[in-house]
Design a protein around this ligand. Structure first.
Ligand SMILES: *Cc1c(COP(=O)(O)O)cnc(C)c1O
Length: 378
């Protein structure tokens, strides 16, 4: 354990990954734009070629590592060009033809495509829902268990400790998609996972202006295999994106505090309306996800979901919002929402809305949503 394990989340977030202070140097060094580095004589690291490593990534990787596993200096983080680049890196570096992987059946919308690709490579894919720890029933013989909790967009939660123990007992590795919770909401490695994998595109960076992904891993050999995959595929973030992400991390605690509080306030305002059905927010005490979420999460995220009676009603609601952008993705400082079914993928009703609470003043946000609901009903 180091000092970083003792301080609060806000303190850790503003200092995460900063290099040692040197007179006349900036606090957070600017992005290093380099395809190659001076390399006289024999090849030695750390920086040789820009697809292998970059000092701007190093700072960001240390920062994310400190948030994912404070005080554990053996834990390593690798950054990627996007969340999907990070997810693919773990799946395709760990699985071989003949292996079995267990995925969530209600996970991120690209998973059906991932499944097709894994199957084409001779990997057996089993799926089960997140709720009720249903993945437990299909673990036998698996090489890797993939968990997404809270699930997107359904917001079901599974017991990471319980699933990870069961997987470990069967010799399977465990990866958790930590996108929705962020490392301030949940620390998968402390709950027993081998990998914490996430899209940094969402609340982690929180401004809706960059794509990023990362893998945090407790084991040096596993990390080396993921690093090798990054080098082969070249799914690397640009230095500018990496630097912007690091800059954004300083406000992660502030943003999460405001956005998650807004999500809870909004959920409370919606629960008694008869036009709103199947309201879900893991932070609501009577949400089906709450008991497990309260045990393993430190914050419940900024995403709320609910269903309006019809597609037309949901479309009118979306059109009537003035402070909420109709856009996909989530986690940004500006509230966004969408009628999820328009993509065709997720198994949700036509009127299903995924709502991402931003950092607006709570009264303004709630008033806008309630007014839009009333207009949609008229
Ligand atoms: C957005 C998202 C991803 C993919 O991330 P990208 O940065 O868009 O590639 C993966 N998992 C979850 C849960 C997500 O929400």
């Amino acid at each position: 354990m180091t000092e970083s394990a003792q301080v609060g989340d806000g303190t850790r977030a503003v200092r995460a990954g900063l290099p040692e202070a040197h007179k006349n140097e900036p606090t957070l060094p600017g992005p290093v734009f380099a395809a190659h580095f001076h390399l006289p004589g024999d090849v030695s690291g750390p920086y040789t070629y820009g697809r292998d490593d970059n000092p701007t990534w190093t700072h960001l990787e240390r920062a994310i590592g400190e948030l994912e596993a404070p005080g554990h200096e053996d834990v390593e983080t690798l950054v990627f060009a996007s969340g999907m680049a990070a997810i693919s890196a773990v799946l395709f570096s760990q699985l071989r033809a003949g292996d079995t992987v267990v995925l969530p059946s209600d996970g991120y919308q690209v998973f059906p495509l991932v499944r097709e690709q894994l199957t084409a490579y001779g990997i057996e894919v089993r799926t089960a829902p997140t709720a009720g720890d249903a993945q437990l029933d299909v673990l036998d013989g698996a090489r890797l268990l993939w968990i997404e909790t809270p699930s997107n967009p359904g917001l079901d939660v599974c017991d990471v400790r319980r699933l990870a123990e069961a997987a470990r007992a069967r010799g399977a590795l465990v990866a958790v998609d930590n996108t929705l919770a962020t490392p301030l909401g949940q620390r998968p490695l402390e709950l027993g996972a081998d990998f914490s994998v996430a899209s940094g595109t969402k609340q982690l960076t929180g401004h809706g202006d960059i794509l990023l992904g990362y893998v945090t891993c407790r084991d040096a050999e596993l990390t080396a295999s993921v690093r090798r995959w990054r080098k082969i595929v070249g799914a690397i973030p640009g230095p500018m994106e990496a630097w912007l992400a690091h800059r954004s991390l300083a406000t992660l605690q502030l943003r999460a505090e405001r956005q998650n509080a807004n999500a809870l306030t909004l959920a409370r305002a919606l629960r008694d309306r008869d036009d709103v059905r199947d309201l879900r927010y893991p932070g609501l005490p009577d949400d089906p996800s709450h008991p497990v979420a309260a045990r393993q999460m430190r914050r419940f995220g900024c995403v709320v979901s609910f269903t309006l009676p019809t597609r037309a009603r949901a479309e009118r609601f979306m059109a009537a919002l003035t402070l909420v952008d109709d856009a996909t993705s989530f986690g940004g400082v500006r509230s966004t929402a969408e009628r999820r079914r328009r993509w065709g993928g997720d198994d949700v009703p036509e009127g299903f809305i995924r709502f991402s609470a931003g950092a607006e003043d709570s009264e303004d946000l709630v008033a806008d949503v309630l007014r839009a609901l009333d207009e949609a009903a008229a």
